[in-house]
Design a protein around this ligand. Structure first.
Ligand SMILES: Nc1ncnc2c1ncn2[C@@H]1O[C@H](COP(=O)(O)OP(=O)(O)O)[C@@H](O)[C@H]1O
Ligand SMILES: [Mg+2]
Length: 230
């Protein structure tokens, strides 16, 4: 579904991604772990077209999207839930969900998504900014899925969220990925969350993928220490 070949990108003259190659198969959930500042967010923002590519290639479902605009990549089927959620605080929950539909014509998926996330049902008329952090994260996820993406890029969905909601999000993502056959690239720092969902884990260091492993290997303190220790 997603194939990234030797991708280099960055900000101005500073290169952050230093030759990243990775694959995510259709229906697969791949986790990306790494310390702060290693380039995880830059990777996702490069994939959606927000950070300029210096070299390399991105294929989505076999089509080269490397030179497409952000808008056209979204239309091609890339959904993105940014770090910090980034919902529209002044808009109601319903209007936030409607913004998610803009990338896509056809029948509305809002009712379907609200049925997957019943917590949103009673909040539809509430302003986004008045929701709790966890509710905002669920809204951001639902807003992304309303666009019916083929590939979903998630940037630290558990950051700053209370544990009970983290469990709900993990459970829903697991259900949804099966029900909708979603392909997910999941950036996370929460090892339990990533172990619960991901089928493979990539470790990012200084803009490169330095290791790939099954999530069970994260049970090994030596591995965690080697790649993620302080
Ligand atoms: N808009 C930007 N302009 C310049 N440098 C940036 C910008 N955003 C991030 N960086 C730098 O890029 C590097 C990688 O950041 P980021 O991708 O956010 O890492 P992570 O998500 O892994 O914490 C860091 O050194 C960060 O300071
Ligand atoms: Mg980040």
């Amino acid at each position: 579904m997603l194939e990234v070949r030797d991708l280099r990108s960055g900000y101005g003259r500073i290169q952050i991604l230093d030759g990243i190659s990775l694959n995510v198969g259709a229906g697969e959930i791949v986790g990306v772990l790494g310390h702060n500042g290693m380039g995880k967010t830059t990777l996702l923002r490069t994939l959606i077209g927000e950070v300029r590519i210096n070299s390399g290639q991105i294929l989505l479902d076999g089509t080269d999207i490397t030179n497409l605009s952000m808008h056209r990549r979204a239309r091609a089927g890339i959904g993105y839930v940014p770090q910090g959620r980034d919902i529209y605080p002044q808009l109601t929950v319903l209007d936030n969900l409607k913004m998610g539909e803009i990338v896509r014509g056809g029948e509305s998926a809002i009712d379907e998504m609200v049925s997957y996330f019943p917590v949103l049902e009673n909040l539809l008329e509430r302003r986004g900014g008045a929701l709790s952090g966890g509710e905002q994260q669920i809204l951001a996820l639902a807003r992304c899925l309303v666009g019916k993406p083929k590939l979903v890029l998630l940037d630290e969905p558990t950051e700053g969220i209370q544990p009970s909601i983290v469990d709900v999000i993990a459970e829903k993502l697991g259900e949804l990925s099966k029900a909708l056959n979603l392909t997910i690239l999941l950036v996370e720092q929460d090892l339990n969350f990533i172990q619960e969902l991901a089928e493979r884990v990539l470790i990012l260091q200084k803009g490169r993928v330095v290791a790939e492993m099954p999530p069970s290997q994260l049970d090994d303190p030596a591995i965690v220490d080697e790649y993620l220790g302080i």
